[in-house]
Design a protein around this ligand. Structure first.
Ligand code: ZN
Length: 324
């Protein structure tokens, strides 16, 4: 082998070695720096998302624990009260608390052969499930009613707007949803509701003029006689809506989507007008799962119409304004 050839093959080997070391360094950099960084970014995003969900779930739980009486329990009691009224109306007993003619007609067991009007209502949103509820409504071309609470931040603002833009009715529930605060006195109730009304108006441009009392108008938590709050609403031009069908999603989380479906489908049988109580909240995934099944079952019937609450909707009241 000539010296020249030997030199060039040495150079080749050196060049290859350098290339090899370069590749090793690049591989090292990738494994030591870039991969972990990418992983960190992915994990960070996921962690943030989970943290948000946890915060929302905790808020829901805290609300449950802190409030004087749990919405759920109160709403169930109120529902029982509403049911008693239905029974009384069915028995032909004059029920002084059901003033509106339509309401009597609606809650009476003597159901007309005509169309059944079903109003699906969702309390406590917006939540992590609002988008899914809205997607389902859109897919089935159904309009519903949301009784919202006060939530801030871009994501919640987007959800209030989506509710309105997609043609659903936006009603008021409570800004704070803290029973102990809102039912302390008339002023605190009024302040809370007005705050929610302007919150909704600022974000959506809509002035909500219907509401649902937390726990219903027959709740036993309020320190103010409910009649006073009802009088205030009437003076303010705000209608309130209770419910005469409970989906059962109010009581804890120990129920299945199938039970919710059964509760609703059985509940509507005895009414011409059914206002169905459901929840849009972080711990109510079963409600979201039940919703398409409920809508499909209702839409399969000729005698059923699903509608959003409007001013023409029969008032379903657990406690009504006294005759003057
Ligand atoms: Zn509520």
């Amino acid at each position: 082998m000539s010296d020249q050839m030997k030199q060039s093959s040495d150079g080749d080997r050196r060049h290859k070695r350098v290339q090899f070391i370069k590749r090793v360094i690049i591989a090292l950099v990738i494994t030591v720096v870039i991969l972990p960084t990418a992983l960190c970014v992915i994990l960070f995003v996921r962690m943030n998302r989970l943290e948000k969900q946890i915060a929302e779930l905790l808020a829901v739980r805290e609300e449950r624990n802190v409030t004087v009486a749990v919405d759920e329990v109160t709403e169930d009691k109120a529902f029982a009260a509403g049911k008693e009224q239905t029974d009384a109306a069915a028995a032909g007993v004059l029920n002084p608390s059901v003033r509106e003619k339509e309401a009597v007609e609606a809650s009476s067991a003597t159901v007309n052969a005509g169309t059944k009007k079903i109003f699906l209502t969702f309390d406590d949103g917006p939540s992590v499930y609002t988008d899914r509820i809205l997607d389902i409504c859109k897919a089935y071309d159904v309009k519903v009613t949301f009784f919202v609470v006060g939530k801030t931040g871009g994501e919640n603002e987007r959800l209030y707007r989506r509710i309105v833009e997609e043609g659903h009715t936006i009603g008021m529930h409570s800004y704070s949803h803290k029973y102990s605060e809102i039912y302390e006195n008339l002023e605190s109730y009024q302040e809370d509701l007005e705050m929610l009304q302007s919150h909704i108006r600022e974000i959506t441009g809509v002035t909500a003029d219907i509401c649902r009392f937390p726990g219903g108008s027959s709740n036993t938590v309020s320190k103010v006689p409910m009649q006073e709050l009802i009088d205030y609403l009437e003076a303010a031009g705000i209608d309130y809506y209770d419910w005469n069908v409970s989906s059962g999603d109010a009581s804890g989380t120990k129920y299945t989507a199938g039970q919710i479906v059964d509760n609703v489908l059985n509940g509507i049988e005895s009414n011409n007008t059914s206002i169905v109580l459901m929840h849009d909240a972080a711990d109510k995934e079963q409600t979201v799962e039940a919703l398409p099944l409920i809508i499909e079952a209702l839409q399969a019937r000729e005698d059923v119409e699903i509608l959003p609450i409007t001013e023409d909707t029969a008032k379903i009241h657990h406690v009504t304004q006294k005759e003057k």
